[in-house]
Design a binder for this molecule. Structure first.
Ligand SMILES: Nc1ncnc2c1ncn2[C@@H]1O[C@H](COP(=O)(O)OP(=O)(O)OP(=O)(O)O)[C@@H](O)[C@H]1O
Length: 636
């Protein structure tokens, strides 16, 4: 657990905070009554239900996300299917590579994610936690093992090298440092790979394997051509999607931060790879100052943040390009808008070994929580990888064709096929042989034309042909010739910049806005900004007399007509108590209905904190009209 502070500088106590969220039904563990009855296996963890304030908060955050990104940037929103046939995830690489390394506790049978286990044990050892000491460490007491733990921890935690360790490397560390399960100090098995995607089948005959998507991105890539047409063939453009994703996390132990079913909001911004990936609106964010933890700093083993403007970061090539920089700026503005604490936000660049091999650059917006710095939004330059692999696999065109301002003349080696003889010679293999010839690069074509001249035939690789995937093609069937080609159009596969995240933001935001009054530690306050607060107004009547009931009904109806959510607390508790109780729900405004209200329609309006309210004019207008809401005249 990381030692974080609340808004008021008090130590953050996770137990109290989580009890508030559960007590006020922000969320609850799914199937809880089955779990408490003992009839569920512990493997069913990592699944949660949101209650009324959790749902409202989530949908308000989405609403802001939609307005901030989709509407503001004119993005093309899609809602793609979750169930995905195996072919798609085989091509994208998820079936083979979407894996984490897993160990098993030799006694309890618990499964543990190997890299997290090592990180947690080393961190605990460095804090002097005796239960985290394996036998080897006990033997050497303060000696080498502690030094080892320090050295390894720095390498692993700060340089994030461990994210790319393979099973052998993780196994070697576990063995050498005698890493054991923190829960019970039992030895663990050597790590084995575990694929995180949930498998199922489509249709009754189970012959069509499918998966629940672990990200929303692939659906957006597969619809690229249609979206480009919809966008009247204009580049650049972005698609966006909000929806559920599923990952069979090995050990979902960090509450809402690591769950098996979560909401994802992903943007795929398609951009021309030529011209330095400039962004037309970069000037709108270039002065934003970000706290960056760049690759070079991490390589030197440090975690100092570099504060600089986005303009400087892109100029110095710390951030690879303007488009990536633009989205970092937009993510920053979004996070601050919904109430994230600026001092607990940093942007961390991925180390080369953390990124997918095709990624050009990648940054995570990380939020400081009691679980440490948590990746909440990833922002990656995925290059042209996904569109290229899907296009290669299916033959479908996922490219942009643009008219050239000036026709381009180029000399190119062409493949000429003698159609009349080709078919009868290769029969069923005709298409594959032709495809293999057309797939030859310029240099290969030039070399093979020489071979053809000398030997009268060439041998080429054609996958799937007998006996050994190799085919002889004679000079009667094919020839190579260099010709000048005039190109009036330009074809290219766009690169993709992808900001992705959302589920983890909700929990981290709640940690950031949580605090308690000095005299009431058990009762917390959630200082959520007005626009994301689940309920906007608390109505507190001073009496339960019939005349009050009518006024309360009228006020709450009027507020709802305006789309303003409200909640009435007409319990007998004191006003102060009632406000304090509802501060736990993050309600920013309160209306007290008192005896003056009955007499002259006046009300007392309470603002939880004298904070600046976003969109001040709208609220000024509402405040001005509040008396009107409660006046008799407007009564139906
Ligand atoms: N198990 C999860 N629970 C909640 N949100 C998640 C989970 N896994 C990923 N996310 C969210 O999806 C975003 C993109 O996922 P990405 O694939 O980059 O995560 P990751 O690097 O695999 O995460 P980790 O290494 O922590 O497992 C993350 O920034 C995070 O907001």
């Amino acid at each position: 657990m990381s030692d974080t502070k609340t808004l008021t500088g008090d130590p953050f106590i996770r137990g109290l905070f989580e009890s508030l969220l559960k007590r006020r039904l922000f969320y609850t563990e799914a199937f809880e009554i089955y779990r408490t009855s003992g009839s569920l296996h512990s493997d069913s963890r990592g699944l949660f239900d949101y209650g009324p304030p959790g749902c409202a908060l989530q949908s308000n955050i989405f609403e802001v996300w939609r307005r901030h990104f989709v509407l503001e940037e004119d993005m093309l929103e899609v809602d793609c299917t979750i169930l995905t046939p195996e072919e798609v995830f085989k091509t994208s690489g998820h079936v083979d590579k979407f894996e984490d390394w897993m160990c098993k506790d030799s006694k309890s049978g618990d499964f543990l994610r190997a890299n997290h286990l090592i990180e947690n044990v080393l961190e605990a050892r460095l804090k002097g936690d005796k239960t985290a000491r394996g036998v080897a460490v006990d033997d050497t007491e303060k000696g080498d093992a502690k030094v080892d733990a320090k050295k390894e921890k720095r390498k692993i935690k700060d340089i994030k090298a461990i994210d790319n360790y393979d099973g052998t490397e993780l196994g070697e560390l576990i063995e050498r440092l005698d890493i054991r399960n923190l829960d019970g100090n039992n030895k663990v098995s050597p790590p084995v790979p575990f694929n995180l995607i949930f498998k199922t089948t489509l249709g009754p005959n189970s012959a069509s394997p499918a998966y629940l998507r672990p990200e929303t991105a692939q659906g957006q890539f597969l619809n690229f051509k249609k979206l480009l047409d919809y966008n009247q063939n204009t580049m650049p453009f972005a698609s966006a999607s909000i929806g559920k994703s599923f990952r069979n996390e090995i050990s979902p132990r960090s509450g809402l931060l690591r769950v098996r079913e979560f909401l994802m909001a992903e943007i795929e911004h398609f951009v021309d790879p030529e011209g330095g990936k400039k962004h037309q609106r970069f000037n709108e964010v270039n002065n934003i100052q970000l706290n960056l933890l760049d690759r070079a700093t991490q390589l030197s083993g440090k975690t100092d943040l570099r504060n600089m403007t986005l303009e400087q970061a892109v100029e110095k090539k710390i951030v690879d390009n303007e488009t990536l920089g633009y989205f970092l700026g937009r993510i920053y503005l979004f996070l601050l808008y919904i109430g994230v604490d600026k001092s607990k936000l940093r942007f961390r660049q991925h180390m080369a070994n953390e990124m997918a091999h095709y990624a050009a650059d990648c940054w995570d917006a990380e939020l400081l929580t009691s679980y440490g710095w948590i990746e909440c939004v990833g922002c990656a330059d995925r290059s042209a990888y996904d569109l290229t692999v899907h296009s290669k696999k299916t033959g479908g065109s996922l490219i942009v064709r643009e008219p050239r301002l000036e026709p381009l003349k180029i000399e190119e080696w062409q493949v000429d096929i003698n159609k009349a003889k080709f078919g009868p010679t290769f029969r069923k293999d005709e298409k594959s042989v032709e495809a293999a010839l057309q797939a030859l690069g310029q240099t290969q074509r030039e070399e093979l034309s020489e071979v053809l001249k000398e030997n009268g035939h060439i041998t080429i690789q054609v996958p799937g042909t007998l006996p050994d995937d190799k085919i002889d093609v004679s000079k009667e069937l094919v020839s190579f010739e260099k010709r000048t080609i005039v190109q009036n159009t330009r074809d290219y596969t766009p690169n993709v910049i992808e900001p992705s995240g959302i589920g983890r933001i909700l929990y981290s935001l709640l940690e950031h806005v949580y605090w308690h009054r000095p005299d009431d530690v058990a009762r917390g306050v959630l200082s959520l900004p007005l626009f994301v607060a689940p309920t906007k107004v608390l109505i507190v009547p001073l009496s339960n007399h019939q005349t009050f009931i009518l006024v309360i009904r009228r006020v709450s109806q009027r507020l709802r007509q305006f789309g303003i959510s409200c909640r009435v607390d007409d319990s007998g508790a004191s006003i102060g108590k009632r406000y304090a109780r509802n501060d736990e729900l993050g309600i920013p405004l309160g209306i007290t209905i008192d005896f003056d209200t009955i007499k002259d329609d006046s009300i007392t309006l309470r603002e939880r904190q004298h904070e600046t309210i976003d969109n001040q004019e709208v609220w000024d207008d509402i405040f001005k009209r509040l008396p009107e809401f409660i006046s008799q005249e407007g009564d139906d």
